[in-house]
Design a protein around this ligand. Structure first.
Ligand code: SAM
Length: 274
């Protein structure tokens, strides 16, 4: 019988955000695979957890994964933890999970904190659907390419950003998505200096430009505003016919997209004008 791999979420700052189950599993497993063993020791000591520790991080996951699989196949149980939050979410782990699935090793989630969900839950931005893009690219060019892709996104866009790049990123967002775009920035969640900034990109630039930025951040961009087209479908059809060289087929397609209505309906309206 193979052992089980437990994917265990740990606090994102406040040591009290540990579930009872997470503590029990970490006490019971044969081995804890931790992103940074020295960092995790603090949490483990706090909960009197003395299970054996082994490192598992982005630089050794390729070579460590087969070793862990062999232990699991020999019947050992292992818990995977990262420095903070949920392993595998912008953190190492997915390779190990993927090998476990290939090898038929049972993987069990022990859910808990994650910075994305914590930030979303207090952001005041729509949460019914969201688009998580991970860490923003470090350079302006990469960031602008990403913002071009998400600027018309109809869901809240969530990303991680380093404090020393926040001002440059806000400038890039303003350039691509508009300085008036609503944004939320969750800083130091669950810690002493926790704060949630909410306002436009321009206001964020003013606020963080003055106060300086420190600590860990999650940035959330509101969904793109839905711009209501002006006039009626028929007016727009006639206007495009008069003002452009587009064919009726192209006009119908464009108007259907603009008004968000079926092309067949727009086509019927266009027949009256032909
Ligand atoms: N796996 C983690 C999770 O589920 O939250 C995320 C790991 S990722 C390497 C670390 C990033 O998450 C930080 O750079 C920061 O952007 C964000 N983060 C982590 N803890 C945070 C906190 N307490 N407040 C705000 N953001 C945080």
């Amino acid at each position: 019988m193979s052992g089980t791999l437990y994917v265990v979420a740990t606090p994102i700052g406040n040591l009290e955000d540990m579930t009872y189950r997470a503590v029990r599993i970490l006490q019971e497993v044969d081995l804890i695979a931790a992103e940074d063993t020295r960092h995790s020791r603090k949490l483990l000591n706090h909960y009197a957890i003395d299970s054996a520790l082994i490192s598992y991080h982005e630089h050794n996951e390729e070579f460590r994964s087969p070793q862990l699989i062999a232990k699991l196949q020999a019947g050992q149980s292992i818990a995977l933890i990262s420095d903070a939050g949920t392993p595998c979410i912008a953190d190492p782990g997915y390779r190990l999970i993927s090998y476990c699935r290939q090898e038929g090793v049972l993987v069990v989630a022990v859910p808990g904190p994650s910075a994305i969900v914590a930030a979303l839950s207090i952001s005041g931005l729509p949460t019914d659907a969201f688009h998580f893009v991970g860490f923003l690219p470090a350079k302006t060019h990469g960031r602008c390419q990403l913002f071009e892709l998400v600027k018309n996104e109809q869901q809240t866009v969530v990303c991680y950003e380093a404090p020393h790049r926040l001002i440059s990123s806000l400038n890039d967002i303003g350039e691509i998505c508009g300085m008036d775009r609503p944004i939320a920035i969750a800083r130091e969640l669950t810690k002493r200096h926790e704060e949630l900034f909410s306002g436009t990109v321009a206001e964020a630039l003013e606020y963080f430009g003055q106060s300086g930025v420190k600590g860990e951040l999650v940035m959330l961009l509101s969904p793109a505003p839905v711009r209501q087209p002006e006039g009626t479908v028929k007016d727009t059809l006639s206007r495009l016919r008069e003002e452009t060289d587009l064919s009726w087929k192209e006009i119908v397609k464009q108007v259907a997209k603009e008004f968000g209505v079926p092309g067949s309906d727009v086509y019927k309206e266009s027949l009256d004008l032909r």
